[in-house]
Design a protein around this ligand. Structure first.
Ligand code: AMP
Ligand code: GLY
Length: 417
């Protein structure tokens, strides 16, 4: 089968890497891809959001399956457009991807179907939002409605911080139209766990639970990023909690989407907070998480292509998904200054010295004349699988120790909590 993966980050490298082990995947393509992906797939210079060009390419090359990994093309309806052209595609249609692309939609869905989440109000009027913040006080959470690269959320410890976030989103339009509607939420506490689930709209199969590290610096300080590292499984997500979440969160969400006439097929990402009361939804994503995918798919034993096909054909109930025992950890190497301001174009050294049992997934890299250069904020995801979490963490950092580039920055505490 000819398979095209859409996207260019560490998540896409991980998906391509997993597919490359499938006997059914005879030819792999990635658009636009990156330096690391180029070693496994033919990279095609089409922007991940260019729907007409992607459809044309899929038809021209007679691609058998397109895997749409990032949020923007899903929200823009790339899966709908591919299906309309007769191309098989993995991922939710736009009317289901809205569960991620509009936080207001997601919050209203949870309210309507009694799915546990933080209390909230939605505002398109600045003065009303400001008055609400004053009536509630701090801490309080301000979120831009639309997609904002994981950066449209401000957890404000003071009323002044909340006011500033509101001004930046609604008046200064720092996230463009994504911030013209805001969700203002109750502040929750507790450990955060991510659970990605495969679902075909009928059956739900959770992957291994995981924990992301969203802040830029050690001890969860600094600005929110796309994610600085992740491990799986999460020791906090016990079998009892998993069963509770299946009954109270996962299944109700998939059923709610069906009831709304928006069946969800693909990967549904549950960002959960294990509050002192019960687990609650922090956010939904309509796709694999980045960097959670790196450790999770490194633990997958079942053929990923078979799973994708089962989801599309609504036969997920028929397959048994197997995971390696033990744990996996991914440490992200970023460009100094990420997520705010950073330089790119630095040569990366040491990649060839990384031991074979450690996988280095590329995120923001390009390959030129046989050398790798940095080309993004998150550059590499150094990932290891071991018998247990401490072992996986130690192995991943052993890999990190071999790699260097100018201004390289990474967290030293991934998996330490
Ligand atoms: P989100 O993009 O919605 O996942 O939010 C980014 C991060 O902000 C989350 O991972 C949480 O750490 C934090 N956060 C979001 N909503 C809340 C909330 N209601 N209470 C406390 N922290 C939150
Ligand atoms: N790691 C968080 C995300 O993919 O949204």
């Amino acid at each position: 089968m000819k398979i095209l993966v859409v996207g260019s980050g560490g998540r896409e490298h991980t998906i391509v890497h997993a597919l490359s082990k499938s006997p059914g995947a005879t030819q792999l393509y990635c658009a636009p891809g990156n330096g690391g992906i180029a070693g496994l797939a033919r990279c095609v210079p089409i922007k991940a959001t260019d729907i007409p060009a992607m459809v044309d390419f899929a038809l021209q090359e007679k691609i058998d399956l397109v895997v749409v990994a990032p949020d923007d093309p899903l929200a823009l309806g790339m899966v709908d457009a591919l299906e309309a052209a007769g191309v098989r595609a993995f991922g939710p249609r736009a009317n289901a991807a809205i569960i991620e692309s509009s936080k207001a939609f997601a919050k209203n869905l949870m309210k309507k179907y009694s799915i546990p989440t933080a209390q909230y109000e939605i505002f398109s009027d600045y003065d009303a939002a400001l008055a609400y913040i004053h009536s509630k006080g701090a801490p309080i959470v301000v979120k831009a409605d639309g997609l904002a690269l994981g950066k449209g959320v401000v957890v404000a410890q003071t009323v002044e911080e909340a006011e500033e976030a509101l001004r930046s989103m609604m008046m200064d339009k720092s996230f463009g139209e994504s911030g013209s509607t805001v969700v203002i939420e109750e502040f929750m506490t507790g450990p955060e766990v991510t659970v990605l689930c495969f679902t075909d709209g009928k059956t739900i199969k959770p992957m291994l639970s995981s924990q992301d590290h969203k802040r830029a610096y050690d001890n969860d300080r600094g600005p929110n990023t796309g994610g600085m590292g992740a491990f799986c499984p999460s020791p906090k997500f016990t079998p009892e909690i998993a069963a509770w979440c299946m009954d109270n969160i996962f299944r109700p969400t998939v059923e709610a989407m069906n009831a709304e006439g928006r069946p969800f097929k693909g990967v549904l990402y549950f960002g959960l907070m294990l509050t002192p009361q019960d687990p609650r939804v922090v956010e939904y994503n309509a796709r694999f998480g980045d960097p959670e995918t790196q450790p999770i798919l490194s633990m997958l034993e079942t053929d990923l292509l078979e799973i994708f096909e089962a989801v599309i054909d609504e036969k997920l109930a028929d397959i048994d998904i197997k995971w390696k025992p033990g744990a996996a950890c991914c440490v992200v190497l970023a460009s100094g200054g990420y997520p705010v301001k950073y330089q790119t174009g630095y040569e990366i050294s040491g990649l060839a010295d990384v031991p074979d049992d450690i996988i280095v997934y590329h995120a923001g890299t390009k390959l030129e004349n046989g050398k790798y250069y940095t080309s993004g904020g998150r550059v590499l995801g150094v990932t290891a699988v071991a018998e247990d979490l401490p072992g996986a963490v130690a192995r991943a950092y052993a890999g990190v120790g071999r790699i260097s580039f100018t201004d390289m920055h990474y967290r030293k505490d991934i998996g330490a909590k």
